[in-house]
Structure formats: C-alpha cells, structure tokens
Design a protein around this ligand. Structure first.
Ligand code: GSH
Length: 329
C-alpha cells in the first residue's frame, strides 16, 4: 500500500497519527465528465464525448466503490461499449497490481502495465496522491476521465443513452435532493463508516464510527420495512451505492473491520433487499466473492498481521427474497 509523490511510488500506510486515530479518505483528483455529444458543456466535459469503445474501466472486484461502476455498466447496457480490466485482489507494497494469478484478475488489457500506479503516471507524470480504483480511462486522449465512482455512475446513468437506447434513470431529477440526503448519511456512516471503524487506531475513533454505523443500519431496516427500495418504488443510485457495502458486510466488515454488533442477516428487511438487488439481471456476475474476501484479509497487514483469510459462513444470496410479497406500499 502506498501512494505517488510527484510521480514516484512511495510505500506508506494511511497516516492516522495526525488525525487522532481516525481514517480520513482523500478526495479524488480526476473529475472530468463524459457527455453525450462532447460539445462544450463545461471545462471538464470538453473532449469526452459518449462513444462506443472509447473508454476503459479499471476496477478491483474487491472494492465497493469500483463495484458501483461495474454494476452501472451492466444495468445500463454498456458492457459492449466500455471495456474493463480487473486488478489482482492482493494490494501490497506496490499497491494494486495487474498480476493475473487469481481467477478474474485480467491484467492490464490495454497497455500490459504491471502496476495501477503506471496508469496514473501515464495520465499525469507528476501525479501526487493515492492510486485508487475505479479509474475511467479515455483510450483516445490516453488520460483519466475520472477516478470518482459517485460521478462515474452518474455519467453511465445517462451519457450513453443515445448509443444504447437504455433510458432507465437511476438518478431522476425530481428525486435528486432526497437521494442526496440518503446518500450522504449512508456514505458517512456506512460506505465509509465501515472503513472508519476498521482502520481506526484509537478506541475513540472506532467508537465514533461504529455506533453511528449501527444506528444507520437500524434506520435502513425500518425504512425498508415499508419501502421496497430506499426511495420507495423507484430503484435509484442510492440503492446501488448501499448494495455494494451490504454484500461485503457479513463476509468482511463484520469480522475484519469489527462492525460486529449484528450481521446483515440479522436484519430481515435489509437482508431480503440485498438478495433482491443481487438477483437482478447482470448483478450477480459483478460480485466476485473470492476477490472480496481475499483482498481485505490478505492486504491489510495492520488490521490482520498474519494475513489469515477466515472460512466465513456460507451465505446464499440466491435464496428467494420475497420482497414484492411482503412489503406494504
Ligand atoms: N472516492 C473514490 C474512492 C476509491 C477508493 O478508495 N478505492 C480503494 C479501494 S476500495 C483504493 O483503491 N484504495 C487504494 C488506496 O487508497 O491506496 C471513489 O469512490 O471512487
């Protein structure tokens, strides 16, 4: 694990000393936008038109943020238009690598690089910052369009609709304010909350993360007892952003990140909801449980120094969910 400093790879774990034991996620730096016709819509959308076979997605199957983008690529019919490379699940001193000795790890199918940091320095040879996935790459300009998953899924949601004819909208304009509120709470206390719990290096930092996390799970359980999806009957990006954390909860976060007051399977509505989303067309194929379980336990030496990968309970995400039957509108 490390980061780039002026384009040079430096091996370094997260610094929690300067933040009283708290894990603080840094902001993504590449924030351009793909728009339908590439006409000038704002400075950062200039030159990124929605074209087939022009963009490439670098992901880790283990990563919940990258997972969102893989799901949107499926849901929006983009698989034949946007190619993908998946990194190896083990993220060690060199950061993410393109080694291929793990089922599903494809290597860098564009350039044959060995390390993900080479993609960042190809885009900007003086880049300083973390080398994170997902990375949305423009094959024509040979640069990074975006390394911010929340924005990549919004581009996928609509920019390519003219090309695919798929107009399903997971970010409907009239719901955006409400979606934002729900996203914010889920991001702070759950998507990122699991990391804040697991990477905390003081009791105080852990406590400050883990209690709000279970408050949020309780709130979600309640909300999903009367709503099929987070925003009612409409499936939105808020659901998919939540899903990638829920699917990792029992196999990883419960034990490895000490989020263990309850398991996902202890919440009847949340658990059935997770299965319903998992069972939607194309979604199960984006879930590589081997990469998920292996990555966290094997890569986080500070959390799990002997790198022992636990056997975990056997969880059947394909079990019938019954959501349509039991939810009262
Ligand atoms: N804000 C980014 C966060 C992505 C992120 O933190 N990805 C993790 C994997 S789950 C990563 O690549 N971490 C490597 C690092 O921080 O060095 C997004 O949502 O796209």
């Amino acid at each position: 694990m490390g980061l780039l400093v002026d384009g040079k790879w430096t091996d370094q774990w997260f610094d929690t000393k300067s933040t009283n034991g708290k894990f603080v996620r840094s902001a993504s730096q590449f924030r351009n936008w793909i728009i339908p016709d590439g006409s000038v819509w704002s400075d950062n959308s200039k030159g990124f038109p929605a074209k087939s076979d022009r963009y490439h997605l670098y992901v880790s199957y283990a990563c919940p943020w990258a997972h969102r983008t893989l799901i949107f690529r499926e849901l929006k019919g983009l698989t034949e238009h946007i190619s993908v490379s998946a990194v190896h699940p083990d993220m060690m001193t060199d950061g993410w690598t393109f080694h291929t000795d793990s089922y599903g790890a494809s290597g860098d199918t564009l350039y044959g690089h060995e390390f993900a940091h080479q993609i960042y320095t190809k885009a900007d040879q003086n880049y300083s910052g973390r080398v994170t996935v997902p990375i949305l790459w423009d094959k024509q300009q040979e640069t990074i369009v975006s390394n911010e998953s929340a924005e990549i899924i919004r581009m996928f949601n609509s920019a390519f609709d003219g090309l695919t004819g798929n107009t399903t909208d997971y970010w409907p304009a009239p719901m955006r304010d409400d979606i934002e509120d729900v996203n914010q709470r889920i991001y702070d206390t759950l998507n990122n909350g699991v990391y804040k719990s697991g990477f905390a290096t003081t009791q105080g930092a852990y406590d400050a993360a883990v209690y709000p996390l279970f408050d949020t799970l309780g709130w979600l359980e309640e909300r999903l007892s009367t709503n099929r999806y987070l925003m009612g009957d409409t499936l939105t990006e808020a659901d998919w952003r939540l899903f990638t954390t829920l699917i990792r909860f029992d196999p990883v976060y419960h034990l490895h990140f000490k989020c263990n007051r309850k398991r996902l399977t202890d919440y009847p509505n949340l658990w059935a909801y997770t299965r319903e989303l998992y069972q939607m067309p194309g979604v199960a194929g984006t879930v590589n449980m081997h990469h998920i379980v292996r990555h966290y336990h094997y890569s986080h030496e500070t959390v799990n120094p002997y790198r022992i990968v636990p056997i975990n309970p056997v969880i059947d995400y394909g079990e019938p969910h019954g959501r349509g039957d039991r939810v009262t509108p």
